[in-house]
Design a binder for this molecule. Sequence first.
Ligand SMILES: CC(C)(COP(=O)(O)OP(=O)(O)OC[C@H]1O[C@@H](n2cnc3c(N)ncnc32)[C@H](O)[C@@H]1OP(=O)(O)O)[C@@H](O)C(=O)NCCC(=O)NCCS
Length: 253
Amino acid sequence: MSEDPRHISSHSLISGVCETVTAHDVHLWIAGLDLDAEDVGRLWRLLTEEERHRALLFRFPLHRNRFVAARGLLRRILARYVEQSPEAIRLTIGPNGKPEIACPYPCAIHFNVSHCEAFAAYAIANTRRIGIDIERIRTLQDSVGISRQFFAPEEQVELAAMPHEQKEQGFFACWTRKEAYLKACGLGFSVELDTFAILAAATPRLTRVDWEPDDIGRWTFATFAPCDNYTGTVVVEGTNWTLTQRLWPDHAF
Ligand SMILES: CC(C)(COP(=O)(O)OP(=O)(O)OC[C@H]1O[C@@H](n2cnc3c(N)ncnc32)[C@H](O)[C@@H]1OP(=O)(O)O)[C@@H](O)C(=O)NCCC(=O)NCCS
């Protein structure tokens, strides 16, 4: 087992139904969300009444179907770890919206989800809090102005020092680090984004957290590319874990 949390091994297809994630593993699943109607229909049947209600609030079928796909696949993926049927898994929602697996299932399994357009990324850990964020790397009209608005001063300095051709990647990498950390803590955007700093340096690391100084050193970060032109970050509590990246198989809806 690698001691380096940034080590990512990749498998193109997982065909087994049961998965085990040890306390030193983090599993990352990447899935496409633009499925055909039959697959969306299958995943719809796994959702709770509340999730179906949420789906029906989307105005456009594209967004509704992506929500159904993302939540249905979450249920399918979690079912492999908790050995429950996907539709039987109960999720609770934390004070700022973070979903967790509810008791009496094995609550040692922690997860977090991020979706961006046609892709979703699911991070699974055992006895460690976890957060994930993915973003599509795109051109920003005013990346300096946006950085000033959302990033801590020390993050802005790091970004400003990057070569021009790396700035877009650098901006979105920084964004995913911040959002993944807030999601790992379960805070979401309930705190000001300049009250903490995460620098890329050689290895991404928390350098300042105004509201929780002890968090420095408590979290480890891994950067990954879910697909072309996307960047993502996983944040996991503690050290000494290995990230394994998997694609959700096409035939398993
Ligand atoms: C959590 C949050 C940061 C996600 O932002 P996003 O870029 O839209 O979405 P992502 O795709 O990366 O993540 C969404 C998923 O994160 C999870 N999630 C939701 N709230 C979360 C929280 N507080 N912590 C961790 N994960 C959370 C859910 O699984 C959600 O998926 P779902 O919408 O299918 O249920 C943002 O929605 C948030 O802060 N929500 C909390 C409410 C809030 O403070 N709102 C003010 C907005 S300015």
